[in-house]
Every structure is written in C-alpha cells, then in structure tokens.
Design a binder for this molecule. Structure first.
Ligand SMILES: NC(=O)c1ccc[n+]([C@@H]2O[C@H](COP(=O)([O-])OP(=O)(O)OC[C@H]3O[C@@H](n4cnc5c(N)ncnc54)[C@H](OP(=O)(O)O)[C@@H]3O)[C@@H](O)[C@H]2O)c1
Length: 182
C-alpha cells in the first residue's frame, strides 16, 4: 500500500497548551499563525480532528476548513452526527487510528493533517502514526489549559526546521525519530 504522511499541526503557548485555560477554541493565536495556516492547509488532501474540536469550530470546519477535501471526525458516537455526514467530505468514525490510517491509504489519500485537539494528537502519537509535528509557538504562558498531547510517554523528536512567522511567533517542525507503526 502507498504511504500516507500524517502531519500534526498545532498552535501552543510556550508552556505547551493548545487552549487558554478552559476556553474552548484557539482565539489566543496570532494573525501570523492564521496566515500560515491559510498557506499550508490547502496542500493536505484530508484532515482528522476529535469531536470536541469539531464542535467548537463546526461552522468554520464545515465552510472554510479545506473545502472539497475529506474531513474525518473521531467520536465514540458517530450516529449522533449522521445528519452532518457527507461521504468523501465529512465523515464521523469510532475507528482506531490504525483503522483510520489503513482506510485513508486504501482510498489513496497521501497528505493528512492531524488538527487536534489534545486527545486526538495523543491517540495518533501513541499509536505511532504521526510522521511530522508542525507547532506554532505563541509567545504566551497560560499555566493551565488543554495540553498538546496529554498522557505519559517519551517520544524522541528531531528538529527539521525553525522559522519566525513574524512578530514573536515561531514555527517549529519536527520528525519522529522512531515511528513504531513503520
Ligand atoms: N491550538 C490548537 O492548535 C488546537 C487545535 C485543535 C483543537 N484545539 C482545541 O482543543 C480543544 C479540544 O481538545 P480535546 O483534547 O479536549 O478534544 P479533541 O481531541 O478535539 O476531541 C476529543 C474527542 O475525541 C473522541 N474520542 C476520544 N477517544 C476516542 C476513541 N477511543 N474512539 C473514538 N472517539 C474518541 C471523543 O469524542 P466523543 O465525545 O464524541 O465520543 C472525545 O470527546 C478545543 O477547545 C479546541 O478548540 C486547539
């Protein structure tokens, strides 16, 4: 089967939170991160997110996030979203990361963006299906919030690139040194 690359895309505070405290969404991110996202997202042919992230940004995800591409939402109750599902465009699944990746590969998807949130990043990282991590680091400290990838593990990374997105915002790109799924 042809390989499919999965890139974890996230924006965090310097102390590693993807939300500011318990506020849903990513309103803390800078205009520089928004410009960067608009530039990179069209290169992916599919994306994956958890149902909490979907519910927070439903309207944006349905109308502006990667229109014409496949968007897969992870939920334990896909039947709850039956009215919103559109095969090939909006799909809802309780499948495991492995089953999702195998299905996407079999359907010839090649570039997948893993768009969060934290539970979803952790599930794919722990299953060994993340190839690269692209993190926008905003110059803020929150102390509390949703962690980038909650759980207990130790995944060695290799820095591929670092770039200033403008102002105080940094982009860091990493690859995983060992991908247990390979
Ligand atoms: N800053 C950023 O880059 C960024 C990116 C993305 C999201 N966010 C923010 O992060 C927050 C959400 O993150 P989160 O970690 O709380 O949630 P999440 O990863 O977006 O979604 C969690 C959901 O995934 C589903 N799920 C978990 N385990 C599953 C399993 N074994 N099988 C099937 N489905 C499973 C569950 O859906 P059900 O409850 O439906 O079963 C669970 O509620 C939001 O506020 C969002 O705005 C920030």
């Amino acid at each position: 089967m042809e390989p499919m690359k999965i890139t974890l895309v996230a924006a965090t505070s310097l102390d590693g939170f993807i939300t500011r405290h318990d506020e849903p969404g990513s309103d803390f991110t800078s205009p520089a991160d928004s410009r960067y996202l608009r530039k990179i997202l069209p290169r992916f042919d599919c994306c994956i997110f958890g149902s909490k992230s979907y519910r927070v940004a439903r309207e944006w995800m349905r109308t502006r996030l990667m229109p014409d591409k496949l968007r897969v939402t992870l939920t334990r109750t896909p039947e709850q979203y039956a009215g919103e599902a559109v095969p090939g465009s909006f799909e809802f699944t309780r499948n495991s990361p492995r089953e999702i990746v195998e299905d996407l590969r079999a359907r010839n998807y090649r570039e997948c963006a893993l768009l969060g949130g934290g539970q979803t990043y952790s599930r794919f990282l722990q299953a060994g299906y993340v190839d690269e991590i692209w993190v926008t680091v905003e110059a803020r400290l929150f102390g509390t919030g949703t962690q980038l990838c909650p759980g207990q593990f130790d995944i060695p990374l290799r820095l591929l690139a670092h770039e200033s997105l403008g102002g105080d915002t940094l982009l860091l790109k990493y690859t995983l040194q060992q991908n247990p799924a390979c």
